[in-house]
Ligand binder design. Structure first.
Ligand SMILES: [Mg+2]
Length: 267
């Protein structure tokens, strides 16, 4: 299931667990993509592997575009299992191992821009396309109406422009985000700072800034870094090009993480 590049990464990442940072995206990486984003859950066994890694490794965290409060129960944070942490909303929100979420205050005009954009999207929505309100963005999903992609993209771009939001592409979706909203790069840079080895697993365009943050860490400190794409038939070509290792879907991503945990335990 894992090819030679994946095994080489496993060996490097398991070499010095206490100084190693294991970071991963959630949707499409640990959790199979489902029709209704609210139903997404990590694969069976994924939480055991994540918490096992977090008990042994320097830093283990999930960095996702989802709100941190969405991630807390889905990662079993706050149950005393391990120091596993989560960064939500691309790093704007944090959930600690105790499940407590911290998020900066949203300015009134930011909340208004998100809400006004969400209402405008809803008013012009092609059938089957869905609006997902988030704290720092509003997402438009056409997974259940793929034929409406062009109309949905056009609607999203026009709406973003009217409300000062930036369109950010995602799998069968586009997210309209506040101009000051972070990307995953700053979360990864701060989580991996000082690590001797670090990896990030992701499946989508929103994971490219995380890959770039690992590159920057490697260039600055010579830390071993591994950018891991979790592939699907929707993979953005840029992500596959930027990756050191390509894994075939969430089941293989889980096998990869389990291999790191097993290798570290065998040392
Ligand atoms: Mg993802």
């Amino acid at each position: 299931m894992l090819g030679p590049p994946a095994w080489a990464a496993v060996a490097e990442l398991a070499r010095a667990p206490a100084q190693t940072c294991v970071l991963t995206d959630f949707d499409g990486t640990l959790a199979p993509i489902v029709g209704d984003p609210a139903d997404a859950n990590a694969l069976p066994g994924a939480l055991d592997v994540l918490h096992r890694l977090a008990r042994r490794f320097g830093t283990v965290a999930v960095v996702s575009g989802r709100p941190a409060a969405f991630l807390v129960p889905r990662l079993a944070l706050g149950e005393g299992r391990s120091p596993l942490r989560a960064y939500g909303s691309y790093g704007a929100e944090r959930a600690g191992p105790d499940g407590h979420v911290t998020a900066p205050e949203r300015a009134a005009h930011e909340a208004e821009a998100i809400e006004a954009a969400a209402r405008e999207l809803e008013a012009g929505l092609p059938a089957g396309v869905e609006v997902e309100r988030k704290r720092w963005s509003v997402a438009l999903h056409w997974r259940n109406a793929p034929a409406e992609r062009e109309r949905a993209e056009h609607l999203a771009t026009a709406t973003a422009g009217r409300h000062g939001l930036s369109p950010r592409p995602a799998r069968m979706a586009v997210e309209l985000v506040l101009p000051a909203a972070p990307d995953k790069g700053s979360a990864v840079a701060s989580l991996a700072a000082g690590a001797r080895a670090a990896c990030f697993l992701g499946d989508d365009s929103g994971d490219l800034p995380a890959f770039a943050a690992l590159d920057e860490l490697h260039d600055r400190t010579a830390a071993y870094t591994s950018r891991i794409a979790v592939a699907s038939d929707e993979s953005p070509p840029d992500l596959l090009r930027a990756a050191d290792v390509v894994l075939d879907g969430p089941a293989t991503a889980l096998a990869f993480l389990a291999a790191i945990a097993d290798r570290a335990a065998a040392r």
